[in-house]
Design a protein around this ligand. Structure first.
Ligand SMILES: Cc1ncc(COP(=O)(O)O)c(C=O)c1O
Length: 397
């Protein structure tokens, strides 16, 4: 779908590393060049036409994000530099102020480092207890296991909507319902879901949601922190400087602005945020239902074809996302990735920043093929041909 929008695909590259970051359509470069060439100026800081235009376009993106995830208000959206930044701001700006010694934080073993390390740090500081929701035999999260892990000390569940290794789609609506009935807040890491599915924060009743623009055709260095208004009213900034303060004096008295400015200290990534606005419109025009349906069709095809190769182990064949994690007998995953690169096929080898998952699945590294809407069956066929190459072992050595 829409392959002509991506100049880079003309080089013949087969890009299967969309879980790490996606390709960018030419309209992103055009929108960003337009800003730099025609109205380059700071946002929220000038009273002249250029700056007013930059500020308007920046704020337009904020409201486009609101539409994208069906938030109630534009001010429930703060721009950050990415999911990692957003999670840190929520953990240290909100939870650091409401959690107490002995409180329990529920995570899973398949979370990305960005959704583990901030919690480990906070746990050390406040003496919190980190607990893990048990994964089932397919390494997936079942609601009943969430329920089993909850105790009267559980105060927060922090969980990816879609795991970046296993690709399972977690039952977020049900998890939220269960958690809210017990007064527990839920942070949803949407890095791997917002780019691929229609997300409605009101329908799913999400407290906090985080995601990155670069994983959905947008620029690097732009992320989103969504929170329900009543929660964001209590979030404290963890970065201080210009743009986020209303006033201060030499005695150190200070007044900080309200949301979202309070969380956007310093000059933001104006070009990136404006470019992201164009990307949101682009993706909404394609339609998230179409993107998701098409990706699942491609994924099924990929799994079916991979099954033709007896040396290939598929770890997550039935998950409902475009992430497929494999190994090839006798080949170290990184060597496999380097081999595929010789044929212009980009995949990701390693532990995918989910380092503790290996304790759960007893496999240290894998090779990940992650799809997006511009991939097609011909690319999958090429991958299969290359994996079926009778000389694969010789070429790797
Ligand atoms: C599930 C998940 N969470 C968080 C992140 C971190 O995103 P970023 O590097 O854009 O901050 C990633 C990136 O791969 C991810 O897959």
């Amino acid at each position: 779908m829409h392959r002509d929008d991506f100049n880079i695909l003309k080089s013949g590259i087969i890009y299967f590393d969309n879980g790490a970051t996606t390709l960018k359509p030419k309209l992103l470069g055009e929108a960003i060049s337009d800003y730099y060439d025609n109205y380059s100026s700071n946002a929220h800081r000038g009273d002249y036409a250029l700056s007013i235009k930059a500020s308007q376009k920046y704020e337009e993106t904020r409201c486009l994000v609101k539409d994208l995830i069906n938030a109630k208000k534009c001010k429930e959206i703060a721009f950050t530099s990415g999911t990692t930044d957003s999670i840190n701001k929520i953990v240290f700006g909100y939870f650091a102020n409401v959690l107490r010694e002995g409180d329990e934080v529920l995570l899973t073993m398949s979370e990305h480092a960005s959704n583990l390390l901030p919690w480990f740090e906070l746990a050390d500081k406040l003496k919190l207890k980190i607990k893990y929701i048990e994964l089932d035999e397919n390494h997936e999260v079942l609601l009943e296991n969430v329920e089993r892990a909850i105790t009267d000390k559980t105060k927060v569940i922090s969980i990816a909507h879609i795991s970046n290794v296993v690709g399972d789609v977690r039952p977020i609506k049900e998890i939220n319902k269960l958690a809210h009935e017990k007064g527990i807040l839920v942070l949803v890491d949407g890095a791997q879901s917002v780019p691929h599915l229609k997300i409605d924060v009101q329908e799913l009743d999400i407290d906090f949601l985080t995601f990155s623009a670069h994983k959905m055709c947008g620029p690097t260095g732009v992320g989103v922190l969504y929170g329900k208004e009543e929660l964001l009213n209590d979030i404290k900034p963890i970065i201080f400087g210009g743009g986020m303060n209303a006033d201060f004096n030499h005695d150190g008295d200070k007044i900080y602005k309200t949301m979202p400015d309070r969380l956007e200290a310093g000059t933001p990534n104006v070009a990136g945020v404006i470019g992201f606005g164009y990307i949101i419109k682009y993706l909404m025009d394609i339609g998230f239902d179409n993107i998701h349906r098409y990706e699942l069709e491609l994924k099924d095809y990929l799994v079916k074809r991979l099954k033709e190769i007896k040396e290939v182990t598929i770890y997550n064949g039935h998950s409902k996302s475009g992430i497929v994690t494999i190994n090839y007998d006798g080949i170290f995953p990184q060597d496999l990735s380097i081999y595929l690169d010789k044929y212009n096929i980009c995949t990701r080898a390693g532990n995918h920043c989910a380092k503790i998952l290996k304790e759960e699945i007893h496999i240290k590294n894998t090779c990940r093929i992650s799809l997006y809407f511009y991939n097609n069956k011909a690319e999958i066929d090429k991958l299969i041909d290359v994996l079926k190459n009778p000389n694969i072992m010789e070429e790797i050595i």
